[in-house]
Design a protein around this ligand. Structure first.
Ligand SMILES: *Cc1c(COP(=O)(O)O)cnc(C)c1O
Length: 371
């Protein structure tokens, strides 16, 4: 599976790991369109269109919606560094790698961080958030991961959002592995700051981080007493470029914007609801197949976009992944943290979430596990 007609001599993979996912040819073609200046009227039109498309995919009317230059982690950092001033209190829900990362980012931004923890693989209970808000009434922001890619846990948000707003705090949500694959409703769920990445369920190469901020989040940024502690990610300057003023801040990754626009168009041509239903159906098909092979899901509430299953006792999980890659060209992910060496993470994100991929992976796994 390594022969190829690719000009860079890269293998054709089937990407079923924790991201990136397979990129549709239309998106790759968009990436290869002629580079124009980042202030060219033709490019500014594409930015505006991308912004509109992002609003529809986030299901928001937020004016402050943009694609931050950088991967999903840049989106995380942009949200935290703009909302937090040194000395502010932030509660961060931690039940896997990405909650841990958000707590680290908040700490680096000078926040006094209150961790709300749950065991890896479990979701954060609303009671735990309520207790943290009660113990720390000055909490300004509550950060939580909607789709914890390191464990496959799918975090419900509505009840937690109500608690956060009742306490007068802002809700920050990591939707990196849910946007474009699972239901994300920024306005209905009253999410104040939400970020994602291009290479998960949007099926675009890595490189941009969609971000949206509610009017309350923007007001919090406008009433900061100190400058944002990052020049590159300062939203008050970025908005001058994304808004009508078009003030140069940094050179936009022009071709990546073409690619993101195309990826978002594909998402909306399919329709958000049919797309979410496709992710559900393919997850159900994979789950039935994996369970019939005797494999067990680790999280009680699994994502449809990322399937985290325990590797069977006595099986060399790394060898199985290696054979999937070498013999079938299929990439799946390894376990992280407490699941290192003990689990597989199988992504069914965006363009990779197909019946064909599910059945191919199941057939390959069946053959490999038999030996
Ligand atoms: C992948 C991921 C990130 C980080 O995104 P990068 O593109 O790797 O920087 C953050 N949060 C979650 C939940 C992710 O799955």
């Amino acid at each position: 599976m390594t022969e190829t007609c690719d000009p860079l001599d890269l293998p054709q993979r089937i990407l079923m790991g924790p991201g990136p996912s397979d990129v549709p040819p239309r998106v790759l073609a968009a990436l290869a369109a002629p580079t124009v200046g980042h202030l060219d009227p033709a490019y500014l039109r594409i930015m505006d269109q991308t912004r509109d498309l992002l609003r529809r995919v986030f299901r928001t009317a937020n004016e402050m919606t943009l694609a931050v230059s950088g991967t999903g982690s840049a989106g995380m950092e942009a949200c935290v560094v703009n909302l937090i001033e040194p000395g502010d209190e932030m509660a961060v829900c931690v039940n896997g790698v990405f909650g841990t990362r958000m707590a680290d980012v908040a700490d680096r931004c000078g926040a006094s961080v209150h961790k709300v923890e749950a065991e890896w693989g479990r979701v954060i209970e609303p009671d735990a958030v309520a207790a943290a808000l009660k113990a720390h009434p000055r909490t300004k922001v509550v950060g939580i991961v909607h789709a914890e890619t390191s464990t496959g846990a799918h975090q419900p948000l509505e009840e937690i959002s109500r608690l956060v707003h009742d306490a007068g705090a802002l809700l920050l949500v990591d939707a990196v592995t849910s946007l474009g694959g699972a239901d994300v409703r920024v306005d209905d769920w009253r999410i104040d700051a939400c970020y994602s990445g291009t290479q998960k369920c949007l099926s675009c190469p890595p490189g941009l981080a969609p971000v949206t901020l509610s009017p309350a989040a923007v007001a919090a940024i406008e009433s900061r007493k100190s400058k944002v502690r990052s020049w590159y990610l300062d939203v008050s300057m970025l908005r001058q470029y994304w808004g009508q003023a078009r003030v140069y801040h940094h050179t936009a990754p022009v071709n990546m914007t073409y690619a993101l626009r195309e990826a978002l168009r594909i998402v909306l041509e399919e329709g958000l609801d049919p797309r979410i239903a496709r992710h559900q159906a393919n997850h159900a098909r994979l789950r039935a197949g994996l369970e019939s092979l005797g494999l067990r899901y680790i999280p009680a509430r699994s994502l449809t976009t990322l399937n985290c299953v325990a590797a069977p006792e006595g099986v060399d999980e790394a060898a199985v992944r290696r054979r999937l890659l070498e013999e079938y060209g299929i990439e799946i992910g390894a376990g992280l943290g407490p699941f290192k060496g003990k689990a597989w993470r199988i992504g069914l994100m965006g363009h990779s979430s197909t019946v064909r991929n599910v059945d191919l992976l199941l057939a390959a796994l069946r053959l490999i596990l038999k030996r």
